[in-house]
Design a protein around this ligand. Structure first.
Ligand SMILES: Nc1ncnc2c1ncn2[C@@H]1O[C@H](COP(=O)(O)OP(=O)(O)OP(=O)(O)O)[C@@H](O)[C@H]1O
Ligand SMILES: [Mg+2]
Length: 223
């Protein structure tokens, strides 16, 4: 469903992504790992259509990113590394606000169900009263509102306690297996990555992760 061919990204003073090519099928969960500054967020932003690669092509099913950007964008749920929710609004008001921006209409009870599936049960609470981990859950819940086929999650479980991480992992696995969602996500927690992902992509100059994950017996693609 996703085909990436020879993607590069050059910032004025730095080459972040050297030619990078891979394909991902529907229903797969793919982990993206690498040291700080390796280019994980850059790659996710490119896949999310919010950043243009310097060169290379990407196809979503048969659609080229260059030609069908807005059509593709609707099929993607993106959780950026930094939390982006309205602090003064309640969980409910945030969900309703983002539902209005989404391309899919959802009832209030459907929105509440998404939060409940993620074990986020502070529906009436202002976001500023939530813990950091709960805000991350809300960020993740928002990305599911428009029922995207491809989820791009940039460190969605940072700061989330172990039990909640396992709940989120189970939710993502169910979304992939039962609803055929494709998920690409980054994490610095290698136990989580090996437990959840079907395949792993490592990027960056440091071979540390590549070597570490090979030992874990997972299929690893390295750039
Ligand atoms: N807009 C930008 N302009 C110039 N350089 C940038 C820009 N955005 C990112 N970079 C640089 O590109 C490199 C990759 O950054 P990126 O955020 O993609 O890394 P990352 O793998 O997500 O790191 P982390 O694990 O810390 O989140 C870094 O060296 C960063 O400083
Ligand atoms: Mg990052």
């Amino acid at each position: 469903m996703l085909k990436v061919t020879n993607i590069t990204k050059k910032y004025p003073k730095k080459i972040v992504l050297d030619p990078l090519s891979f394909e991902i099928e529907r229903g797969e969960i793919v982990g993206l790992v690498g040291e700080n500054g390796a280019g994980k967020s850059t790659l996710l932003q490119i896949l999310a259509t919010t950043l243009k690669p310097t060169s290379g092509d990407i196809y979503f099913n048969e659609w080229s990113y260059q030609k069908y950007k807005s059509k593709i964008r609707r099929k993607i749920g993106f959780v950026p590394q930094d939390i982006a929710v309205w602090e003064e609004l309640t969980v409910k008001e945030n969900m309703v606000f983002f539902e209005k921006l989404a391309w899919e209409n959802k009832s209030t009870s459907q929105l509440q169900q998404i939060c409940q599936d993620m074990h986020l049960d502070r529906w009436q609470d202002p976001v500023k009263n939530l813990s950091g981990g709960m805000k991350r859950k809300l960020n993740l819940a928002i990305s599911f509102i428009h029922d995207p086929d491809l989820l791009l999650l940039d460190e969605p479980t940072v700061g989330i306690d172990l039990k909640s991480r396992k709940e989120i992992g189970a939710y993502l696995r169910e979304q992939a297996t039962t609803h055929n969602k494709t998920i690409i996500y980054t994490s610095h927690d290698m136990d989580e990555i090996t437990a959840l992902c079907d395949r792993i992509i490592t990027i960056g100059k440091d071979p540390f992760y590549k070597d570490l994950l090979k030992e874990a017996g997972k299929e690893v693609l390295s750039f």
